[in-house]
Design a protein around this ligand. Structure first.
Ligand code: X2X
Length: 338
């Protein structure tokens, strides 16, 4: 947090100091507010592409006062590490799946419940509406701030190197990597699979070395992180929908002048809308692209998967965890779940 350093320099320098010592950013030509934004996504993924564009606009529109450097692709560590860094202020901005954020803010995984979103025309009104607002309020209580518009991760699909997944029975004993989040573990346990929590930074090698047989992710991640190199079968399960919250350290955010906050938020929210469109467009061609890379696709009937979750008490259990209030906000958008 360079602005803190700057304040300390001001104190140390005292009144006798020259302007170039008291305001080192002027002397060095550096920005007044230099921040770090980190994520888990490849350079080519629309999340990285569009947030990088937002940072360029922010620099321009603040006349160089705010300079946010982008550290994609787990350069600064795993999601779990980066969440700690965000909380301590070692990094100021971070995008994280709400499902993983739930390790800190339990309700943030609610949009990831299996088989509740018919399509995007239900997802975005919910996340841009009351459900998103409800989650953001809880996020704020944890000392973090979430921008209003989420970036898309996408509908998640199951992949495997050992066998095609066609029915819930195929998941029995299946060694599947899931992101670190109680909801994921709970759901794949309900399928009688053998889920293992592994951060995304380790996924490629876990699949390559066959520590895990399979994993689940949206097509965009499977494509841009080249998971097709270490996975053969792809079942179009669309089992969960997942998005990235653009998070700020609350102390840093609230310490910024309001006009700068407005410029940052506006640009990050605008880029989120464009990023959602990127994913929608790319989804139309990913199947052909991934097939060309050698993946074998299979269409899947969702009904028996959902029935298995119902029968295992999965929805009932999570309704109890999230509470009636959050559940009714969710059902406003999804329709009755159970
Ligand atoms: O870790 C994953 O699988 C990923 C990339 O989808 C998330 O960020 C949750």
């Amino acid at each position: 947090m360079s602005f803190r350093t700057t304040r300390r320099s001001l104190l140390l320098a005292g009144t006798a100091a020259s302007a170039s010592i008291a305001m080192p950013w002027i002397a060095k030509g550096a920005a007044e507010f230099q921040f770090k934004y980190a994520n888990n996504s490849p350079l080519t993924h629309p999340l990285t592409v569009r947030t990088t564009e937002a940072m360029e606009r922010i620099k321009q529109q603040t006349n160089g006062r705010v300079d946010i450097q982008v550290f994609p692709n787990n350069q600064l560590g795993s999601d779990t590490d980066m969440l700690s860094q965000l909380r301590s202020g070692a990094i100021e901005f971070f995008t994280l799946s709400g499902l993983i954020l739930s390790t800190l803010v339990p309700v943030a995984s609610i949009n990831g419940l299996g088989f509740v979103w018919e399509n995007y025309s239900k997802v975005w009104p919910a996340m841009d509406g009351e459900l998103g607002a409800y989650i953001r309020k809880q996020i704020e209580k944890s000392g973090l701030v979430a921008m209003e518009k989420q970036y898309d991760n996408g509908y998640r699909q199951m992949t495997s190197s050992t066998r095609p997944i066609k029915s819930p029975d195929d998941l029995k004993g299946f060694k599947i990597r899931v992101p670190p989040s109680p909801l994921w573990t709970s759901m794949f346990k309900a399928f009688d699979a053998a889920p293992m929590s592994i951060n995304f930074s380790e996924v490629y090698s876990a699949l390559q070395t066959k520590v895990a047989e399979g994993q689940e992710n949206p097509l965009s991640i499977i494509y841009f992180a080249k998971l097709y190199e270490v996975q053969k079968y792809l079942a179009e399960t669309n089992h969960m929908w997942d998005g990235f919250w653009f998070l700020a350290n609350g102390m840093v955010w609230n310490g910024l002048p309001a006009d700068l906050r407005d410029i940052i938020a506006k640009n990050l929210n605008e880029s989120a809308i464009v990023q959602r469109e990127d994913i929608a467009k790319q989804n139309a061609t990913f199947k052909a692209d991934l097939s060309a890379k050698g993946m074998e696709f299979s269409a899947v009937d969702q009904k028996p998967f959902r029935a298995k979750l119902e029968a295992s008490g999965f929805y009932k259990e999570w309704k109890g965890k999230y509470g009636d209030e959050a559940w009714s906000v969710l059902e406003k958008y999804t329709g009755a779940i159970s």
